[in-house]
Design a protein around this ligand. Structure first.
Ligand SMILES: C[S@@+](CC[C@H](N)C(=O)[O-])C[C@H]1O[C@@H](n2cnc3c(N)ncnc32)[C@H](O)[C@@H]1O
Length: 309
C-alpha cells in the first residue's frame, strides 16, 4: 500500500527549503510520470527530507536514491545547508516512507558513479540536484544526472537564477552536459528550474497548464526563439504599490488563502483601477515576453488539482 501524500502544510514545518509552487510542480510532474513509468527518483542534497518526503508521497512505489554527506560537514565547502542522517530517517518514519524504498548514499555526490545509481535502482525518472552549490559540485551533479536519466526524465535544479548562488547558474548555463544531452528548461518554479528533453516538453507543460491551482501562480509564458518556458516566479520590485507586495507575500506564505480570494481580487482590481482613473487593459492569455500585471488576474474554475493547504 502507498504511503499517504503529505500536504504542503505538513511539509512546510520541516527544516529545509521548499516553496508551495515547487511542491505543486513536483506533484504534478511526478503524478504524470506515474501513469507510464516507475523509474526511480534521485535527490542530491537531502538535508532533513523536505523535498524527498513529498517526492516519496507523489511517486507511489517508485524507488528513491538519496545522496548527502549528512554528518560529514567538513566536506560541505560552500555551506549550502547542513544535512543530518538521524533527522532525515526520523522524518521518513514520521511520514510513513518505508525505509526499504530509500537507498541512502552518504558521501560527496562527486564520488558517485552512474553505475552506482543504475546498478542499485535503475535509470532515473526524476533527478533533483540540491547538494553542493559551487561550480565543480554542480558540474559533477549535472554529469551524473544526464548519465543516469531515462529519455523522458525531468531534471530539477535548485537555486538556478538565485543571486546568492551565482555558481549554480554559471554551471547550468556554461557546462555543456544538459545541452549536449538535449535537455532544455521548460518551467521555472519558485526556486527550482525544470528540464527535460525536447520531445517531452509539450507533454509536461500541458499537465502543468491543466493544473488550476498552479494557474494563479503562473506569472509569465516566455518565448525563447522557438521554445516556450512557463515561469511560476516573480521578484518584487521597488516600483510595486503596497497592495502588490501584500498580494505576492500572500501567494508565497498562504497559498491556500490566496487561491480562495484570487477570484474576488480579479473582480475587484479592474474596478479599483477604473475608480483611480487608470487604463484597464484587456486580457492577454499568452503574455509572450512581457511581465503580466498581477497574479490576481489569473483565476478561474474548479479542478481536480490539489488546492494549497
Ligand atoms: C540546500 S540543502 C538541501 C535541501 C533539501 N533538498 C530540502 O529539501 O530542504 C543542501 C544539502 O546538500 C548537502 N551537501 C552539500 N554539499 C554536498 C556534496 N558535495 N555532496 C553531497 N551532499 C552535499 C548538505 O549536507 C545539505 O544537506
Amino acid at each position: 500500500m502507498s504511503m499517504p501524500i503529505p500536504t504542503y502544510r505538513q511539509i512546510r514545518r520541516l527544516p529545509g527549503w521548499l516553496a508551495w509552487t515547487d511542491y505543486e510542480l513536483l506533484r504534478t510532474l511526478v503524478s504524470h510520470q506515474n501513469l507510464t513509468s516507475d523509474a526511480p527518483i534521485v535527490e542530491i542534497g537531502v538535508h532533513f527530507g523536505k523535498s524527498l518526503i513529498p517526492l516519496a508521497g507523489f511517486s507511489a512505489q517508485r524507488c528513491l536514491y538519496a545522496i548527502d554527506i549528512f554528518g560529514d560537514q567538513h566536506q560541505n565547502i560552500d555551506r549550502s545547508g547542513y544535512g543530518e542522517l538521524e533527522g532525515f530517517l526520523a522524518n521518513l518514519d514520521r511520514f510513513g516512507v518505508p525505509r526499504n524504498r530509500v537507498f541512502v548514499d552518504q558521501r560527496l555526490s562527486s564520488e558517485g558513479q552512474p553505475g552506482d545509481i543504475i546498478g542499485r535502482v535503475g535509470r532515473v525518472g526524476l533527478f533533483h540536484i540540491d547538494g553542493g552549490h559551487h561550480y565543480d559540485a554542480v558540474v559533477s551533479d549535472l554529469d551524473l544526472a544526464v548519465a543516469t536519466c531515462t529519455d523522458d526524465a525531468v531534471i530539477v535544479i535548485d537555486d538556478v537564477f538565485r543571486p546568492e548562488w551565482p555558481e549554480v547558474s554559471e554551471a547550468v548555463f556554461r557546462h555543456p552536459a544538459l545541452r549536449e544531452h538535449g535537455f532544455q528548461a521548460f518551467a521555472i518554479g519558485y526556486n527550482k528550474t525544470y528540464f527535460c528533453k525536447q520531445a517531452f516538453v509539450a507533454g509536461y507543460q500541458s499537465v502543468l497548464r491543466d493544473n488550476d491551482a498552479l494557474a494563479g501562480h503562473l506569472s509569465k509564458t516566455h518565448r525563447i526563439q522557438d521554445r516556450t518556458l512557463l515561469v511560476y516566479q516573480k521578484y518584487p520590485l521597488p516600483e510595486w504599490p503596497v497592495w502588490r507586495f501584500a498580494n505576492w507575500a500572500l501567494a508565497l506564505w498562504q497559498p491556500g488563502l490566496y487561491d480562495r480570494i484570487a477570484p474576488l481580487s480579479g473582480w475587484l482590481k479592474p474596478r479599483l483601477k477604473r475608480l483611480a482613473g487608470k487604463p484597464v487593459p484587456g486580457p492577454d492569455p499568452e503574455q509572450h515576453g512581457a511581465i503580466d500585471a498581477s497574479p490576481l488576474d489569473v483565476r478561474a474554475g474548479d479542478s481536480s488539482a490539489a488546492r494549497p493547504t
